[in-house]
Ligand binder design. Structure first.
Ligand code: FAD
Length: 506
């Protein structure tokens, strides 16, 4: 006879305690409350006095899946978070000053199963078809022209630019409606079980004690539970990703919102510009070794549009990853699990991955060390793959005009990235491994945008006769151009689909 499955060894439902109520805390609470319902008892503690990191506005396409999973209607979500659509990121001055390229969502051209579209495009170039690679990507051309619409059959790949504080508020309402309890207060101590070493309870300033079976550390850079108390360790990646400081500021919008984020390189880092419905998010990311705080602020203020709406928010960070994202009965979610700088808008996505992964591995009785090992492996792999993609932007540059860029160009990078770059340079090939977040199109766009051009291409491209090749290239280009022509202006589309002003007026 097969053994009976083990059931919950406690008499009460599993008690999950979320420490922290930033984007991470509320994303976790909303998803767990909605998915697990009364199978768990969920409590979130946050402190208004401490506040959140107050940034995080640009996202990537999988967030739509997360929202769908939670049953969140898109138009309502966008209205509530003052969101706009995002089709990609425009990178200015990264390879050389004065040049821009796009990393867009979606696909470029038409792949063959044996070879990506870049091989056919490269072959076309050798035959005198000198149109840019960009012209074969719908999302990219739509972004450049400031256009957007939903298309049938998920024909337009997009993400959102949103106000993350409003997103957290929105999720809080959902989580509370689904049974989560919120407690306002500062966590002043973490009580460990003398025998197991697990977290037994959180102590609050008020004297209150919150017991739990599983604790989610969503306390941001403080990593109050996972590091300050459980000492999970941190892998410092600042030798690969040297920026360690940021200043964020919000400004009035001075023009209709474009459907993309801008990442403008400067001589010691880069600057973001993210258009939302009600304002624009701006920030400078820099390496403090080469730029001091005052000069960074001056540079940021000298390159923004519109009146500033808030005081600048100064942030320090060390790029890297928590060595054990899940340790004992504590899971780090959000900035407590690590931070790899915001260049490709991946942090909110990592929260999403961690939360969904945790729900899949939700323990029944005691925490299984197998679950812990699996979770940590998967989470760390996600982070390493994203890390490599981010490093690519700094390493593959022709800029030598400042000490910062000379350091980036000369730095040693992980073998995994060397392999990716050299494989592409030699053969034009890119392979996506193990559910890697960034697919082939992302790598190809950024590698070519940063100046890495393949020396050869797949021989299958030569199977096409010249007229067949010309027809293939022209058909894709014309389809893209024709579709973009029919699209409405992005800002007008947002206003009619989910305009926040409409909600206020109603
Ligand atoms: P926080 O927002 O810091 O929240 C921590 C919570 O813990 C707060 O509620 C706080 O009150 C609570 N807390 C802490 N200590 C205690 C205590 N002792 N007692 C009680 N409560 C406590 N991500 C993206 O995806 N896209 C972006 O464009 C992007 N841009 C970024 C730009 C910068 C410069 C930085 C630094 C980050 C950016 N991120 C971005 C990351 C994103 O901001 C975070 O992933 C996201 O906000 C989640 O933060 P968090 O909830 O982990 O931490």
């Amino acid at each position: 006879m097969s053994p009976q499955p083990q059931t919950n060894d406690n008499k009460h439902p599993r008690r999950i305690v979320v420490a922290g109520g930033g984007t991470a805390g509320w994303m976790a609470a909303a998803a767990i409350a909605r998915t697990m319902g009364r199978a768990v008892e969920l409590t979130l503690v946050e402190s208004d006095a401490i506040g959140t990191v107050g940034v995080g506005e640009s996202t990537i396409p999988p967030l739509a899946t997360y929202n769908r999973l939670l049953g969140i209607g898109e138009a309502e979500f966008m209205r509530e978070t003052q969101a706009t659509f995002k089709l990609g990121i425009m990178f200015d001055d990264w390879r050389v000053r004065g040049e821009s390229y796009f990393h867009s969502f979606g696909l470029t051209g038409k792949d063959h199963w044996s070879a990506g579209f870049q091989h056919f495009w490269l072959h076309g170039r050798s035959k005198g078809h000198d149109q840019s690679y960009d012209e074969y990507c719908l999302e990219l051309i739509a972004a450049r022209q400031g256009k957007f619409a939903h298309l049938p059959d998920d024909g337009m790949n997009y993400a959102y630019q949103l106000d993350s504080a409003l997103y957290a508020k929105f999720l809080r309402r959902m989580a509370e409606a689904d049974g989560a309890t919120r407690i306002e207060g500062r966590i002043s101590g973490v009580e460990l079980d003398g025998e197991s070493g697990d977290i037994a309870a959180l102590q609050l300033d008020s004297g209150e004690r919150i017991e739990g079976d599983l604790f989610l550390d969503c306390t941001g850079f403080r990593a109050l539970l996972i590091e300050q108390n459980l000492h999970a360790g941190y892998d410092d990646w600042s030798h690969y990703l040297p920026c360690d400081s940021a200043i964020a500021i919000q400004t009035e919008s001075v023009r209709p919102a474009v459907p993309f984020t801008r990442a403008m390189a400067h001589d010691a880092g880069w600057q973001w510009r993210i258009p939302l419905q009600h304002r624009t998010g701006n920030g400078i990311v820099y390496c403090s070794r080469y730029l001091d705080k005052e000069a960074a602020l001056e540079r940021l203020l000298g390159n923004i549009e519109g009146r500033t709406l808030v005081q600048p928010n100064f942030i320090r960070f060390t790029t890297g990853a928590r060595r054990k994202q899940w340790h004992r009965n504590c899971v780090a979610i959000g900035l407590s699990g690590g931070f790899m700088e915001p260049l490709e808008s991946t942090s909110i996505h990592l929260i999403q991955r961690a939360v969904l992964r945790l729900i899949r591995m939700m323990p029944m009785g005691r925490v299984s060390e197998r679950d812990v090992a699996e979770f940590n492996d998967q989470q760390f792999q996600d982070m390493e793959q994203i890390r490599d993609f981010l490093i690519l932007h700094y390493k593959a540059t022709d800029r030598r005009d400042s000490a910062f860029w000379r350091q980036c160009a000369g730095m040693a990078v992980p073998d995994s990235l060397v392999q990716k770059i050299e494989l592409f340079r030699e053969t034009g090939r890119v392979f996506r491994r193990n559910e890697e977040l960034f697919a082939e199109n992302s790598w190809v766009q950024v590698m070519m945008g940063q100046g890495i051009m393949p020396r050869t291409y797949h021989p299958i491209a030569e199977k096409l006769r010249d007229d067949e090749l010309a027809r293939l290239l022209a058909t894709v280009r014309e389809r893209v151009a024709h579709t973009v022509k029919t699209l409405p202006d992005h800002a007008a589309y947002v206003s009619s689909y989910c305009g926040a002003a409409r909600a206020e007026a109603a």
